[in-house]
Design a protein around this ligand. Sequence first.
Ligand code: NAD
Ligand code: MG
Length: 409
Amino acid sequence: MVKRIAILGSTGSIGKNTLRVIDALNSSLVARRSSLEEGKTQYAIRDTQYEIVALTAHSSVELLAEQARRYRPKFVAITNADYFEQLRSAVGDLDVDVLAGPNSLIEIAQLEELDIVVTAIVGAAGLPAVLAAAEKGKTLAIANKEPLVIAGELLTRAARENGGTILPVDSEHSAIFQAMQSGSREEVSKIILTASGGPFRKATAAEIQNVTRQQALSHPVWDMGPKITVDSATMMNKALEVIEAHWLFDMPVERIEVLIHPESVVHSLVEFVDGSVIAQLGVPDMCLPIQYALTYPARVAGIGKHLRLEEIGKLTFEKPNLETFRALSLGFEVARTGGTAAVVFNASNEKAVQEFLAGRIKFVSIIKLVEDCLNKHNVKTSVSLEELLEADAWARREVEIEVHKSIRA
Ligand code: NAD
Ligand code: MG
């Protein structure tokens, strides 16, 4: 059997890990086949081959060209069209269609021949393609959480109505998805999302005032792209994940909790009505949830290390400090409010994180800007895609104006 894959955002942290997982799945296939031929292996194999049909990047031309040379996809796309000529000449000798601009993502997401669309783009920029794939009834392995946060209702409805499947890649949501298989939806009493707590877990609100870009980018457990790493430091990431879980699992916010778990071994938990709590544990490595989404419903041996609890010894849990991590309480409020609140929450954060990474604002200003933006916004409920995008653009502009004002002051 062949599974045909497109990776949107193949040059990022999740994209590169997805290619590593696919390499391993394809080569263990070869290994298992050959040992079968030699008569060494008795058990049946699942011989699924993973074929890369399309790869995309925003501006990393060199890496994208290198990936194209190695995986020989039919399509490559560069969303920043300024890099089109450079990409075209870099892959000129290959038999590949080169696309450019944001709409190329939609074209790729809807390709007839695809079995799985892996969405590994960062931010709301991934929304049109994710929505297009859901509308085509595709199987989505979704890492790109922001589209679910801002358009969860539209997206889950599009998948439901068109026979699409959304498989979570975010480690917490993959854990919940796996734990959910222990009972029926009606038997779930609550979801508990775990959080590492990031680099400032033990910091007080005062200590967090002067942290640097470097400190915010040093995550104690996970090696990820810059935006999600900053989000982990503010705990905005967990706030976004609460909203993501709300939509993915159709779970009221009142039944979603967050627990700090610095070892990041218990990836999340589901409590059932009888009081049983089912968790998924594993070494903290994104390859595991990526692989599960690709092989689902099967499980196969992969590149992930196996967990040795005796080496870890102790697993600890604590309540999050909502005073230091205001983002988390805002996230719960936003999830309860619904409508355009989540769009403004996400867009103002994306813009503020960009400003922080560019060195124009302080770390603590990120969530302050988000909160101010939410306070100014008139929430609209049950909105169209156009209204969502309008609110998104409004929030980004608001943050920009505020940052300009503060620089001039
Ligand atoms: P990254 O910054 O490492 O990579 C982002 C990818 O998206 C790159 O391929 C880049 O070329 C592309 N991209 C960037 N801007 C774009 C735009 N405007 N239009 C189209 N493509 C664009 O990010 P990442 O850490 O891999 O995260 C990707 C997504 O997965 C995020 O939504 C993140 O929250 C989620 N996620 C990541 C991890 C992780 O371990 N990195 C874990 C859980 C969830
Ligand atoms: Mg996560």
